[in-house]
Design a protein around this ligand. Sequence first.
Ligand code: EPU
Length: 431
Amino acid sequence: MDKLIVEGGHRLQGAVNISGSKNASLPILAAALLTDEPVRISRVPDVSDTNYMIQILSQLGASVERSSGTVRIESPDGISSSASYEQVRKMRASICLLGPMMARMKRCTLPLPGGCVIGDRPVDLHLRAIQALGARVRVKGGNMVIEAPNGLVGTTVDMRGDSGPTVLGTDNLMMAAVLAKGKTVIESAAREPEVVDLANFLNKMGARIEGAGSRTITIHGVEKLHGCEHTVIPDRIEAGTFMVAGAMYSDGITLNRVCREHMKSISDLLVECGHVVEYNEDGTSVFVKPGANPRSGKILTNPYPGYPTDMQAQMTALFAVTPGISVVKDTIFPQRFMHCSELKRMGANIKVDAGTAIITGVEGLSGAPVMASDLRASAALVLAALAAEGTTEIHRLYHIDRGYEMLDEKLGMLGARVRRELDPEGGPVEP
Ligand code: EPU
């Protein structure tokens, strides 16, 4: 199996560009199914999740061309309304095909996504939303068979679940509602910047969506959508990951193509923990370096604008080498702590209990062979490896490749010693 070999102890310095957002790109790519006219989407990161989505769209019958970050998609009439387990099992985010397929074809058959390592990951809220618009849902042979023979009809839907609003659930409902009859009101909508980016994309296609970014989104259904061009927002989690690298082990690094507004909770926590975070005037570039007196901290993950669950593993790596006791509680995915046992193999002092990690900072970590368990857990291991003494081998590299575009090249540009060792047997590369 491919692995990443990181030789620790080389302080980072220099500048890198942040890529377009993976989590904004995925629903936007799926939304291309809403029109038969061509759409052009720029700054789509070249990561395996966006590649899976592009493959699925092609297999459904769309024509897709990709060249240097720009994807052109044309979905003629007659595209398939069903995707197979083989096609979608590699990526949980394929659930966001549900909204556009229902809007365009009034029916779809999609495999029920299973759980994943970060938790149970149910889809009850997605199904409740599509049922509220008038669709009938059956489960057959592991598939969701969803039909709305009389079309979808707008209504008011509350998207709040036990753990707060759902991001892809809000996306799905918005995409289903844009071509529904009448008005749909989404209460307790997710406010994430990726939801706003999708709404902006849909409005460019001719949709009438108001209120994205707030708790209530109103959608007035339209007859038809048309083609458009769109540039995806910067990836705030990739930016946050590099910011943690800058705070953890650098002489100061600069990250370009960021959006300060989206980074507030991530930047604020680094500043609270004593690190230097300085944005340029228009907030598109940020300089980060370790503070002279780093302090421990507390994280309680929350939906946006709260602290993102997608950043807690990376901060745990930083806390592992920060003096004092830090506490990380994940309310969104309480089981998302697989990285902690691997960090402990590198010398970290972490106790995990009931969705909370208690981290007692140690003086230093030491390189070790470790296993990536999910995308953000693998990012945490890379960060720990950069600051550790000696060499770390990170196995199951495919997790990193799902969501970080050219991570090894970017770290190399900052002076890190990182190389990829390809499995001579060409071992499994899929999750
Ligand atoms: N939930 C339900 N029922 C549902 C859907 C969600 O109970 O029908 C629960 C989940 O179990 C969780 C909470 O609601 O406790 C929030 O989950 P959400 O639906 O918002 O997650 P998602 O939309 O499936 C996106 C990101 C994740 C990110 C979460 C939370 C994409 C492609 N994925 O997932 O990103 O962690 O929002 O912010 O946008 C990652 O990039 O590493 C990643 C996992």
